[in-house]
Design a protein around this ligand. Structure first.
Ligand SMILES: NC(=O)c1ccc[n+]([C@@H]2O[C@H](COP(=O)([O-])OP(=O)(O)OC[C@H]3O[C@@H](n4cnc5c(N)ncnc54)[C@H](OP(=O)(O)O)[C@@H]3O)[C@@H](O)[C@H]2O)c1
Length: 1197
């Protein structure tokens, strides 16, 4: 075979790379340049060099994760031209390092992959020798990058002409949760105060229809029950009477058949589909359908027992199971249980079954504590074996037989739908109470309204219902109490009611506390002072707590809104424990409202002492606490109405993720044209788009074949790159078609007047949209460049679509114009897609099957040739936009998150940014980032300033105003001064408050004054999850962040912009990453910065002032009886990816591929294994893996 030097590298069938390899006896590389050794950068000032950590931090941000062996760039100059490279004798990592130099030479935010190298020369003869065997020493070799010739070289390696493409790989990391962190009252607002019902309108309609069906069913039953076969007949009569009393229509207004038909129709309707399960309807239907004869009762009872699980997921039954409610309940319990593992016991679990859904779901979000869950019922609850719960079997209705071992065994006893079944409630509650530890909690859910709805089912399943009577009056139909009756009942049995929720239509949830009455007099310390004069006293009191009696309590009290007590207290409990600490904050701002009095003898304080709750925040006339309410992803991405939209993708390279986003036109400026050089040179006009043309460039951008970065920098804003031609109307109402910078796949566009043509009267706008690019391209290629003349023939290729700029443009414009007038230019064949079919439109162009021009229709064309475009509303995903004409101030903007935030703002339109810190540019990394942003055409200024008085704030303001009217103020500053609380001196403690409290107060002050208040759109203060969850050693940092949150809450109330993102630790930039600490705060993973950006838009637009973003460490409840082993946890995680609930039930020797694992799943499994157990397996091997094989691999790993 002749030696050609051609090579291919393949993985199975797929070609990985190909090329030509040659060898030479001659020296290939210039020796003097390539034989140099030693550092070229050592000793250079810090601001000119980026060090190894900064190099790889930048690369991590872009999605490259190099391990220690591959981190071969020791230093680089800010412009990447010079590098110090490590040579340790490992050729593979060395060659990779030289490739990394290519990547470093192209800064940005994305990951690029080298796809073509014009040449690689490796000349070992000029390369330093291998380090001596066994030595850990390494040699430093200078590397260089020549941007003109595009050559990178180091030692005996030289790469010429490296071409990269943007990777469309989605950066995968556990997706972040978002919570809105707001005040939540312990007690439900009264019905008249409820702002919105807990339940949706669809659910309310469904509940009403079930009620009516039940009423008509009972009526028919009673009429047909000649032989007295109905059990609990007297109660059914009562239930029907009550139903008639509370129904809004007379009983004769419908009948059984019509009520059933209404309910059936509702269940099948669109709204009904929104409610996935209709167990109440199905069970009522089953109950009423059984003919009233013979032993029907037994038969029906058995049938209902079998299908009882239908009820569990019915939204009427599950309304209280909303994670918001249950999470709040469980967090409240956790806040008040001193030990690390909280014991939950659910009694009557077969009926209530909180263990199935509600509690596990809520526990997923709960972080700080562990939970052990036990369930108990008369029957062995078989389906509970799939859940991580311990199962006990005893009759909860027979308190005499409670197992001894359950005495004072739980921190939380759960009774859902259980108490009302008791004949003797007094005896029952006494028995249940015994199971709860002193100071523990009882959670009761009961139906208190619309009782007749479910009553027929209840009447059938129980032979006889609970006893009438009791001191609170009759129990409705022998079993139910109202809200007020339950409250009185619990009080009589010594329980403190600490929380109450009503679902808005039928059920109530009571959280009760079994009291542990303190005798030792409480100590109260006021912690209002923002200068922290109370510090020493609190330290001394905390020290005393150690040896004080169990019932001693230290009450920290803040009576002002602007206090950091909440964060401070959370952090303090990490160090001192929760058992003896209590906090009170009065942050009520309602004018004239009577505030609680907190003194040792006041009735208000005594009530708090009785309830003994750890957190007592008084706001809006209610006691409560601050809580995070989870915002599901679907809600975060919910579209909102906007008059200005443009199309873009949610994930790069994924056409199916194309969506409409609100455009910057919304905030009064135009597309990316504004503020750009092009816009300054050209006269532009706003056009309302009716049809937008799609071209191959749009599809290639959307599917990742070409990258946004190759497009000219200054002609558009970076996040809207789709669409460059359209037809529509100018503001004057005149019909036009045109070519313009993207995004023209939009509802409006700012178009250069020089590329707008008037649409001839005999064309529709649909026809016109097919013309601009096609004819401009044709004229350009054939006439302008090709010099086409009469009689010549041409070959037309689909790829020719570049349109020239500059002087040629006028010629081209005229050619098209003349062509329109002469009739040569004619509308083309077209295929039109609606805005909701945008993905189909792209796929049609991508498939290249359609020869017609693909258009996206934005609006209907009016019949008139001249008319104004009416205001139209479109659905769009929210994206934050910044105004290029305004200035944005980022205090602390020189830090890790500050620089990345600035970069993101630039991508969203900001062009004038003022970054501040106390010391200005200190590192090469900062210099590099700023230089990169300047290259993007952004006016970035750096101001070294310490914001500690009004004078410095004014100086900052003047600087910003010189750049432009102030559009946004961000406080991203922080300086940590961590220590154990007991060791803090006041000086050190308050140092952490400078950047959080002093700075934020000053920024708040200047932003409330003219001229800033008239132009300010964003006031964003970065806080930390430490403020809501606390952390060891950070009482001062948490205090500062809490104050900052309060400042923003006050602003919001005053109608001013205010946003506080509460970040969990960030893994790749900023203070935590810099410390090299992967701090896991309260089971929250350090999150990657791209995750931050994924949720930032929501946080910026949320109605809540404070929103938290974090990545939760996956966990499940600890199965009673022992911790889950690491192997089990990993197998379970893999099972979850495969959609297997219980891995022990599948064949352990079956290969994953046979269980349906696809390539995406195998990548997910690969990542899980690498992340959790550091096990690296190729995706191919994963497909062939079995559970047994994996188990032994992990065990042996
Ligand atoms: N990184 C994380 O994991 C994380 C997690 C949760 C919350 N956060 C929050 O995110 C924000 C940014 O954190 P980061 O990680 O980017 O911190 P960083 O890298 O340390 O940057 C903080 C910046 O603030 C500046 N600064 C400190 N005190 C200042 C003051 N009094 N006035 C003006 N500038 C001051 C620092 O520069 P000088 O020292 O030169 O002044 C530095 O440039 C902070 O608010 C932090 O609380 C961060």
């Amino acid at each position: 075979m002749p030696i050609t030097g051609e090579f291919q590298v393949r993985d199975g069938e797929s070609l990985l790379s190909s090329g030509v390899i040659t060898s030479s006896d001659d020296t290939l590389l210039e020796t003097d340049q390539h034989t140099k050794k030693g550092s070229v950068l050592e000793g250079k000032p810090d601001t000119e060099v980026i060090n190894v950590n900064e190099v790889y931090r930048e690369l991590i941000l872009r999605g490259y994760e190099y391990g220690p062996f591959f981190q071969g760039i020791r230093r680089a100059s800010v412009d990447s031209r010079d590098t110090d490279i490590r040579w340790d004798g490992r050729w593979i990592s060395y060659l990779d390092t030289v490739l990394q130099m290519c990547l470093l030479s192209r800064p940005g935010t994305h990951q690029s992959l080298p796809v073509l190298l014009e040449s690689v020369i490796i000349d070992p003869r000029v390369h330093p020798a291998q380090p001596a065997e066994g030595t850990e020493e390494f040699e430093t070799i200078p590397g260089s990058w020549d941007p003109v010739l595009d050559i990178v070289a180091a030692g005996g390696v030289e790469i010429r002409g490296s071409h990269t493409i943007r990777s469309s790989r989605r950066l995968t990391h556990n997706s972040p949760n978002v919570e809105e962190y707001t005040f939540a009252p312990y007690m439900d607002p009264s019905p008249s105060e409820r702002s919105a019902p807990v339940v949706s309108k669809a659910l309310m309609n469904y509940s009403d229809a079930c009620f009516e069906f039940s009423r008509q069913g009972m009526k028919r039953w009673l009429a047909e029950d000649k032989d007295n076969l109905l059990p609990n007949k007297q109660e059914i009569v009562e239930a029907l009477e009550m139903a008639n009393k509370i129904a809004s229509t007379p009983e004769t207004a419908s009948n059984y058949a019509s009520a059933k038909a209404t309910l059936e129709a509702l269940v099948k309707s669109k709204n009904g589909h929104g409610l996935p399960n209709h167990g109440v309807f199905e069970m009522l239907d089953m109950t009423f359908s059984e003919p009233l004869q013979g032993d029907y009762w037994e038969t029906l009872r058995k049938k209902l027992h079998v299908v009882r699980s239908y009820l569990w997921d019915d939204p009427i039954i599950a309304a209280m199971e909303s994670p918001d409610i249950i999470k709040f309940v469980l967090e409240t319990v956790a806040d008040n249980v001193p030990q690390q593992v909280v014991e939950i016991l659910e009694v009557g679990a077969a009926r209530g079954s909180y263990y199935r859904q509600a509690i596990p779901k809520a526990l997923d979000y709960l972080s700080v504590k562990d939970w052990r869950y036990t369930i108990a019922d008369k029957f062995f609850v078989e389906d509970a074996v799939d859940y991580p719960v311990k199962i006990l079997q005893f009759d909860p209705l027979d308190p005499a037989n409670f197992p001894e071992a359950q005495n004072e065994s739980c921190d939380l006893l759960v009774l859902k739908w259980t108490l009302h079944m008791e004949v003797d409630l007094d005896e029952a509650i006494t028995g249940f109470s015994k199971m709860i530890k002193p100071g523990g909690f009882l959670l009761v859910e009961e139906n208190v309204e619309r009782l007749p709805t479910l009553f027929p089912i209840k009447a059938i399943v129980s032979a006889s219902l609970g006893g009438h009577g009791g001191p609170e009056g009759d129990r409705s139909f022998g079993c139910f109490y109202t809200d007020a009756q339950w409250t009185a009942f619990f009080k009589r049995h010594g329980f403190e009611q600490v929380m109450h929720r009503h679902d808005g239509f039928s059920a109530s949830l009571f959280l009760l506390r079994k009291p542990l009455v303190p005798i030792t007099p409480p100590v109260i310390v006021n912690v209002d002072d923002l200068q922290c004069s109370w510090l020493e006293e609190v330290q001394a009191r905390c020290a005393e707590l150690r040896d004080s009696p169990k019932d001693a309590r230290l009450w920290l009290v803040a009576k002002t809104e602007l206090s950091g007590i909440l964060g401070f207290f959370r952090s303090l409990t990490w160090e001192v424990g929760i058992d003896k600490l209590r906090c009170i904050q009065i942050c009520d701002s309602s004018p004239g409202s009577k505030l609680p009095e907190i003194t040792a003898d006041s009735a208000d304080f005594k009530e708090l002492v009785r309830k003994d709750m750890a957190y007592n925040i008084y706001k809006n006339g209610k006691w409560g606490s601050y809580r995070g309410f989870v915002v599901p992803e679907a809600v975060r991405q919910k579209e909102r109405e906007s008059n200005f939209v443009y199309a873009d993708w949610l994930s790069a390279g994924d056409i199916s993720s194309l969506h409409w986003f609100n455009s910057p036109l919304k905030i009064g400026h135009h597309n990316g044209m504004l503020g750009s050089k092009l816009a300054q040179q050209l006269e532009t006009e706003t056009c309302y788009i009716y049809y937008a043309g799609l071209n191959l460039r749009d599809v290639m951008l959307a599917n990742g074949t070409i990258q946004r970065d190759i497009l000219p920098d200054e002609t558009f804003f970076k996040e809207g790159v789709l669409g460059i031609e359209f037809s529509g109307r100018k503001s004057s109402g005149k019909r036009v078609m045109g070519l313009c910078p993207p995004p023209a796949l939009a509802s409006s566009v700012q178009c250069p007047v020089s590329s707008l043509w008037t649409v001839p009267d005999h064309w529709t706008l649909e026809e016109a949209a097919t013309v601009p690019l096609a004819y401009a391209t044709a004229y350009y290629c054939l006439v302008v460049v090709g010099g086409l003349q009469k009689g010549k023939t041409v070959f037309i290729h689909a790829g020719t679509s570049t349109v020239g700029q500059g002087p040629e443009w006028t010629q081209l414009y005229d050619l098209v114009q003349t062509g329109i007038q002469s009739g040569v230019v004619k509308p083309l064949k077209r295929a039109v897609f609606g805005m909701d079919k945008i993905v189909d439109a792209f796929k049609t162009v991508e498939a290249q099957k359609e020869t017609a021009k693909v258009l996206v229709k934005i609006r209907d064309e009016e019949a008139q040739k001249l008319c104004q475009t009416p205001k139209t509303s479109f659905s769009a995903v929210h994206r934050t936009c910044f105004d290029p004409t305004k200035s944005y101030v980022l205090v602390g903007g020189m830090g890790g998150m500050g620089l990345e935030t600035a970069h993101w703002m630039v991508l969203r339109g900001a062009k004038k940014i003022l970054l501040t810190s106390r010391s200005g540019i200190r590192t090469g990394y900062q210099a590099r980032k700023i230089s990169f942003l300047r290259q993007l055409g952004v006016d970035i200024e750096v101001l070294a300033i310490s914001l500690n008085n009004r004078k410095s704030a004014d100086e900052l303001l003047q600087h910003a105003l010189k750049m432009g009217p102030v559009g946004g103020i961000f406080n991203i500053a922080t300086a940590l001064h961590d220590d154990n609380f007991s060791d803090f001196t006041r000086d050190v403690f308050v140092k952490a408050l400078d950047s959080k409290v002093t700075t934020s107060l000053l920024l708040d002050e200047i932003s409330r004054e003219k001229p800033v208040r008239d132009t300010l759109d964003h006031f964003v203060m970065y806080s930390s999850i430490v403020a809501s969850h606390g952390h060891m050693g950070q009482t001062n940092y948490a205090f500062g962040n809490s104050v900052l949150e309060k400042i923003c809450e006050r602003r919001k109330r005053d109608g001013l912009p205010a946003t506080v993102p509460q970040w969990a630790s960030i893994a790749d930039v900023g203070i935590v990453a810099q410390m090299g600490n992967q701090v896991i705060i309260t089971r929250k993973f350090p999150q990657r910065f791209f995750n931050v950006l994924n949720v930032f838009d929501y946080m910026m637009s949320s109605a809540a002032v404070v929103t938290t973003s974090y990545v939760l460490i996956e966990r499940s409840m600890i199965a009673a009886g022992g911790e889950e082993s690491m192997v089990d946890q990993v197998l379970k995680a893999v099972g979850k990816i495969l959609g297997i609930k219980n891995v022990s039930t599948v064949d352990g020797d079956k290969e994953f591929i046979d269980m349906g694992v696809d390539s995406l799943m195998s990548v997910e499994i690969k990542q899980a294994l690498e992340r959790d157990v550091d096990l690296v397996i190729s995706t191919k091997d994963i497909q062939l893996m079995t559970f047994n094989g994996l188990k032994s691999l992990i065990e042996g790993n």
